[in-house]
Design a protein around this ligand. Structure first.
Ligand code: MIG
Length: 642
């Protein structure tokens, strides 16, 4: 049962599509209210609070406050209230389980049992809001109802499930060729390489630096023949420069967001001064989406969207303000701590930033959380018109609803085991709000990644739909071939490619049936307290449970089996199976092996042969592991639209 209370005059965010008319609507107040406590609930001691998508912390969100206010802050830490996305859906799983979705593009604060208060409170800054509440038979049922009303997840092509290599710092075709050649040399499969901002002409969207990539069209084609897709980045800001066609067309058609005087809003990001497309207007979305033809014409079929919070380095407003701000922050450290966000999200910038929303001028601050998601929508809608097959798209900032047009990655994490654990928790909560195609920067973006951490992280990423090794400029280079004994990396990545027939089948079934691909244990074993409390294991599709090593220096770990399962150990070549009774066991997991579990009465299909890229993968050439039952494998050509 889903009901929606409408307060004031909320704008249409596009989060809920409700194609089956499952929601009953009720207008609660005609007027917009000021900052309001929208929801409050007293928890029982055993209640679990699941959800909130891309927020820091564990699978159970109790004990913290979270603020939906999309923020580019590359110093990920447990105490940060906001990340890049606004995913205002959570579930209180107790005696009377309840799902709540706060549909508002403004700032929303969630206090979830802070200091053991036992209370969940939701505070909205703007009470023009739709409040959805969902009752049902437990957390899983409620999530499925929610996924039903927000619509089907984005579905990328099969190659997007391969292993991808990325790094901020690849400058030209020689750098890319080297990555391809080195991966070949160590015989590790690879499906795509991301092009970060340096492929562009001076960071100008939809351009190519022709000195660095002289014949891009031929080059893209040549790489595709080798089984490698190139995936360029597109940033939110369009460089202000006469001669930049995107800028000129944008200006003459009024496609850019404005300042108080009604002229285009200026702010500096990578290209220098930029204007931001006003993604709130459908004409702007259509135009920006069609700009991708400049890249699809060159043969590109996959893209990533960055800086779409939007992230702003400075503007004329924050610049003036910054000095005063800095002095005040220095004099009053508590003031600095209280201000949410980092240097790239300034209230002083956003205050001067306006959009046309449903025919009215609105200040950016009031609709902030929707900006990034609308860029995903513009890009996705454009790409589906331009290509007659599926596209890959993943972005940084998002709002629920954008999951229908693209996936997301979780931004600038760093090389630490804590971030690997965070990646696992994120997969649970992101799946709850439809972002099935997601993943983190494997190995960590900031900092230097050790051999041990990269191997353990890859062993987890083997199961996440987006499996991309990405790192920041200036950090230790993180490609697998740079570490000792690359054959160990090959063993771990080989598991991904052998398991692809199952992983792809389960992802596709989840997407097509509006289901989750990865789930917390408590969703499937709701009456098992140990399963409910489990923060370091996940279910992958219908049949697999994973229990990765998430701590440094460990080669053993405890695993909780809620029911009898078959443990599978993969050493790079062979799959050894062993049955375990329900209960707690301890397993050995050397650095170059992966162990996972097959649920009782389930089976898993694996590729007979290890391929070098999904180009050569035959989804029909499989054998089975696990129990002697039927398995219905989803198969298709991996690229036709659905
Ligand atoms: O200000 O394009 O999160 O993945 O490598 C940094 C450079 C901009 C942030 C992204 C990261 C990317 C980087 N970008």
């Amino acid at each position: 049962m889903i009901s929606c209370q409408i307060f004031g005059n909320p704008i249409e965010t596009g989060a809920v599509v409700d194609e089956e008319h499952l929601v009953s609507y009720e207008k609660v107040s005609e007027e917009s209210l000021p900052e309001t406590r929208l929801f409050s609930y007293e928890l029982d001691q055993k209640d679990i609070v699941y959800g909130l998508g891309e927020t820091m912390g564990g699978i159970n969100k109790r004990g913290k406050s979270y603020v939906s206010y999309n923020t580019d802050d590359p110093h990920h830490r447990q105490s940060m209230p906001s990340m890049y996305g606004a995913h205002n859906f959570f579930i209180i799983d107790g005696k009377e389980p309840k799902g709540v979705f706060v549909d508002s593009p403004a700032r929303v604060t969630f206090h979830v049992d802070v200091n053991h208060s036992g209370v969940v409170e939701v505070i909205v800054e703007s009470a023009d809001v739709k409040l959805y509440t969902i009752s049902g038979d437990g957390a899983y049922d409620i999530t499925r109802q929610f996924l039903n009303i927000i619509g089907r997840s984005f579905i990328p092509p099969l190659w997007a499930f391969g292993y991808g290599q990325s790094r901020w710092g690849y400058k030209n075709h020689k750098d890319i060729d080297k990555v391809v050649a080195e991966y070949k040399k160590v015989d590790i499969p690879l499906d795509y390489i991301c092009l970060d901002i340096d492929y562009m002409d001076r960071y100008i969207d939809f351009t190519i630096n022709e000195k660095r990539f002289p014949n891009m069209k031929e080059y893209v084609e040549e790489k595709k023949k080798e089984g490698i897709h190139l995936v360029p980045i597109i940033d939110a800001g369009v460089k202000v420069e006469p001669g930049n066609e995107t800028y000129e067309v944008g200006i003459s058609n009024g496609y850019f967001a404005t300042n108080e005087e009604g002229g285009p809003f200026h702010a500096a990001v990578w290209p220098g001064m930029t204007h931001f497309p006003d993604f709130f207007q459908s004409a702007t979305r259509e135009w920006f989406g069609s700009e991708y033809h400049k890249l699809t014409d060159l043969g590109f079929e996959g893209f990533w969207n960055d800086m779409n919070e939007p992230s702003i380095f400075y503007s004329e407003y924050s610049h003036k303000q910054n000095k005063i701000d800095q002095i005040l922050d220095f004099l009053m450290p508590s003031r600095a701590e209280k201000k949410e966000g980092s240097k790239n999200n300034s209230y002083h910038d956003y205050k001067h930033f306006y959009h046309m929303v449903e025919g009215k001028r609105r200040n950016h601050h009031d609709v902030h959380n929707l900006f990034g998601g609308l860029m995903i929508r513009a890009s996705g809608e454009g790409l589906s018109k331009l290509l007659n097959k599926r596209y890959l798209l993943f972005a940084r900032s998002s709002y629920i609803g954008a999951h229908r047009y693209g996936g997301i990655w979780t931004g600038d994490n760093h090389s630490s085991f804590e971030m690997l654990q965070q990646n696992l928790s994120h997969m649970a909560s992101l799946n709850m709000c439809g972002f099935l195609y997601s993943g983190a920067d494997t190995g960590g973006f900031g900092g230097n990644c050790s051999r041990e951490l990269l191997l353990r992280w890859l062993a987890f990423s083997d199961f996440t739909p987006l499996m991309r090794n990405h790192s920041a400029l200036g950090t230790k280079k993180q490609e697998c071939y740079r570490y000792d004994q690359p054959e160990d990396f090959k063993r771990i990545i080989a598991l991904r490619y052998r398991l692809l027939p199952y992983l792809y089948s389960e992802f596709m079934k989840a997407a097509l049936n509006k289901d989750m691909y990865m789930k917390p244990l408590g969703f499937i074993y709701p009456n098992d307290e140990k399963a409910r409390a489990c923060e370091d294991q996940l279910l992958v599709g219908e049949g697999i449970m994973i229990a990765p090593i998430l701590e440094e220096g460990r080669t053993k770990r405890k695993v909780y089996l809620p029911e009898e399962m078959i443990g599978v150990r993969f050493d790079g070549d062979h799959f050894a199976e062993k049955k375990f009774a329900a209960g707690e066991i301890e397993i050995d997991v050397p650095l170059n092996e992966v162990v996972f579990f097959i649920r009782k009465d389930h089976k898993v299909c694996i590729a007979n042969k290890l391929v070098k890229s999904t180009k050569d993968l035959n989804l029909r050439d499989v054998k089975y592991l696990g129990y002697d039952v039927e398995y219905e494998q989803y198969k298709d050509d991996g690229e036709s639209k659905l």
